[in-house]
Design a protein around this ligand. Sequence first.
Ligand code: SF4
Length: 220
Amino acid sequence: MPSRPDRTLRVGGFVPFSTVDYPGRLAAVVFCQGCPWRCRYCHNPHLQPFDGGAPDWPRIEAFLKTRCGLLDAVVFSGGEPTAQLGLLDAMRAARRLGFKVGLHTAGIFPFRLRGALDYADWVGLDIKAPFERYPATTGCPGSGRSAEDALRIVLHSGVDYDLRTTVHPLLLDEAAKNRIRRHLDRLGARPTRWQEFRAAGCGDEELNAVASASKFDAGQ
Ligand code: SF4
């Protein structure tokens, strides 16, 4: 699976102030460039190519130094942050500045996630489907195995976490949601938070058409 070998974090976007990306904290959000999966509902497809964005971490770190005491946390989102070798240095640097560190991940690289958890105070992990049905959503064989391994690693790490699942009626019916509930229960995980599919940014015309034709409820 492709990933980024550079040591300087490549960044595709930056939000200097967010109230929704780290639970209960004011955070800056770094959108890491590159993701090897191709989720049908992805609303950040411009973050998928590994040659997009720019090696902007040093500039962001300089900005963060001016926000000490004003922000609580720095969140690394994506794309898939663990695809880049530069992630750990950036997380360490954010910690050194006194920020809490959050990580949004789909669990694509479980082994690297294990290393990143040493520098994370909170993780938001996507649960995209029942594990055996992941490829229908991500377009990648073996993706369910990676996600399940990642969840086990998070659960054993003791790092605080939240799980979230995007719901679209073409990808996730009630039976599939019940399978997810059972999987999480079996592993001793917290329930996932169901979040409604957002058409903004999504390039899948079929998903967008169904979503606009039927206003659906993500459920509980
Ligand atoms: S894992 Fe996330 S960034 Fe990657 S394709 Fe899926 S939704 Fe998009």
